[in-house]
Design a protein around this ligand. Structure first.
Ligand code: FAD
Ligand code: 2HG
Ligand code: ZN
Length: 480
């Protein structure tokens, strides 16, 4: 693809801003841009005009100004682990990927204020580790934490496995630094727990998937490290039983309940099949299993006693048939690892159709029973991979092609009708078609069918006000 003289001039300008080694293009055929152009699920490969890797906020602002002046669209990118094809460029070869991964510094940990201020490109795991070294907990936790960045977590308002206690990324954020679509820097890194001075702009940028501006820094809440963190795996006879167990866990553990994840039998069978080195308890005899975590500020003995009481009550009520409580940190990690391996096991099994949905927790059993019946009637042989953050009412209601079926055909022909079926039930249950992964380009055309025209109108108004030239991740989340 030949570059225009305007594109060549812009690339020169970008090189002068961030330094030539940090502007990657296809001009040199030896440069491999796959890591920035291919989405994590391998669904779509775009083509970038350039991947630009600024080293600080001023450089981001200068890059945005230059691109805006040249009317070139920008795609903010962190770890590129997003699930909805929102962080990679389109196929036009005209978009600039703005990769934040060089901006990876911890700026300040304020122990008194219980906050940490970081560059947006900080990898989530590094942020967790920094906090732990200083005796604090940063509770956001996702299986992609080794590569995703705090900017991407904020951009998607990521959820993960600790939301039941600490909330989504939004709830953890006390301030943002943002480069606007015009290239101005907004310093909102106040770290205040109270500030009612007008619209809370921070909340517009959180979850905006790079469509309103570029998040360059963030002030996040941290917590004292709990004295003990215990993990249990429980076999449960039905989804009704899992919801009953959740109620008991809230009652017995109160704010100590920091994780509650459900996993269906087929999901666990995929982990056992693709990761045979992992020991997966109960999956052969139980239709569902639940991972529970109890974080305690008193002592391990106290946490264990609370867990035992909970599990006794649950067994008495018939909502748990068997359970194991981890005896060591290593065992706890192994139990979590089973849960976290499900997306990877699914990917190993082949192409799949994902539904990241949320429903009021109390209605989840009815939702699952109804959707399973409708889906299997219309798509006989489809394999249901149901698991997720039951404590938040968020299921990954995923579907694997029938055994032996042509997976590419399955995805091409069945994804649309299957999405339509599942989302129709989600709407009837007044749920959401995207609980935590966002909209990206994967669901951008579906959103209007599931969101009220009033809400869509307000969203368009916000987009128009903040990015009137439609240069920030255009075509993602919302169309003009
Ligand atoms: P990217 O994928 O690079 O970008 C995601 C979106 O954010 C894009 O729209 C992008 O334009 C925008 N963006 C990125 N950086 C910025 C920035 N600095 N400023 C403005 N916008 C920006 N998600 C969950 O919510 N919960 C889970 O439990 C979970 N588990 C996962 C497990 C696996 C194995 C994988 C692969 C993914 C999982 N995800 C999960 C999805 C993904 O990891 C999250 O969406 C994560 O927050 C994305 O972070 P990232 O840095 O990779 O962002
Ligand atoms: C998880 O909870 C992630 O493991 C990924 O959100 C879900 O792959 C998926 O569908
Ligand atoms: Zn999830």
């Amino acid at each position: 693809m030949k570059l225009t003289s305007e594109q060549k001039a812009l690339l020169e300008q970008l090189r002068s801003i961030v330094g030539a080694p940090y502007v990657l293009t296809h001009e040199d055929p030896a440069t491999d841009l796959t890591a920035w152009e291919l989405d994590w699920r391998g669904r779509e490969r775009g083509r970038a005009l350039a991947v630009v890797r600024p080293g600080n906020t001023q450089e981001v602002a200068a890059v945005v100004k230059a691109c805006a002046a040249a009317r070139v669209a920008m795609v903010p990118q962190g770890g590129n682990t997003g699930m909805v094809v929102g962080s990679t460029p389109d196929e036009s070869g005209t978009q600039v990927v703005l990769s934040l991964t060089r901006m990876n510094k911890v700026r300040q940990l304020d122990a008194g204020n219980l906050t940490i201020t970081v560059d947006a490109g900080c990898v989530l795991q590094n942020l967790q580790d920094e906090c732990e070294k200083a005796g604090f907990l940063f509770p956001l936790s996702l299986a992609s934490e080794g590569s995703c960045t705090i900017g991407g977590n904020l951009g998607t308002n990521a959820g993960g496995t600790q939301v039941v206690r600490y909330g989504n990324t939004r709830e953890l954020c006390l301030g943002l630094e943002v480069v606007t679509a015009q290239g101005e820097i907004w310093d909102g890194l106040l770290g205040l727990r109270k500030d009612n001075t007008g619209y809370d702009l921070r909340h517009l940028f959180i979850g905006s998937e790079g469509t309103l501006g570029v998040i360059t820094g963030a002030t996040m809440k941290i917590y004292p490290l709990p004295k003990a963190q215990l993990t249990a795996l429980a076999a449960v006879p039905s989804m009704e039983a899992a919801v009953q167990l959740l109620g008991l866990a809230h009652e017995h553990l109160s704010a100590g309940l920091t994780g509650f994840e459900v996993m269906g039998q087929f999901a666990l069978s995929l982990v056992a099949k693709h990761f045979p080195q992992q020991r997966v308890p109960f999956w052969q005899e139980s239709p569902w299993c639940v991972v529970l975590e109890n974080s305690d500020n008193e002592s391990e003995a106290h946490a264990r006693q609370q867990f035992e009481r909970l599990l006794e009550a649950a067994m008495e009520a018939g909502c748990v048939t068997d359970a194991v409580v981890a005896e060591s940190m290593a065992q706890a990690k192994a139990l979590w690892h089973i849960r976290e391996s499900i997306p990877l096991a699914q990917a190993q099994e082949g192409l799949n159709i994902k539904h990241d949905i949320s429903i009021n927790v109390s209605r989840i059993p009815a939702f699952v029973a109804e959707t399973n019946a409708l889906l299997l009637e219309k798509f006989p042989g489809a394999r249901l991979v149901t698991y997720g953050h039951l404590g938040d009412g968020n299921l990954h209601y995923n579907v694997q092609a029938p055994e032996g079926d042509d997976q590419k055909r399955f995805l091409a022909e069945e994804e649309g009708p299957m999405n339509a079926l599942v989302y129709e039930v989600v709407d009837r249950y007044r749920g959401s078609i995207s609980a935590e992964h966002g909209i990206g380009s994967l669901k951008v055309d579906k959103l209007p069918d599931h969101k009220s025209p009033v809400a869509l109108g307000l969203m368009r108004g916000i987009k128009q006000a903040l990015d009137p030239l439609n240069l920030m991740n255009p075509g993602r989340m919302i169309r003009g």
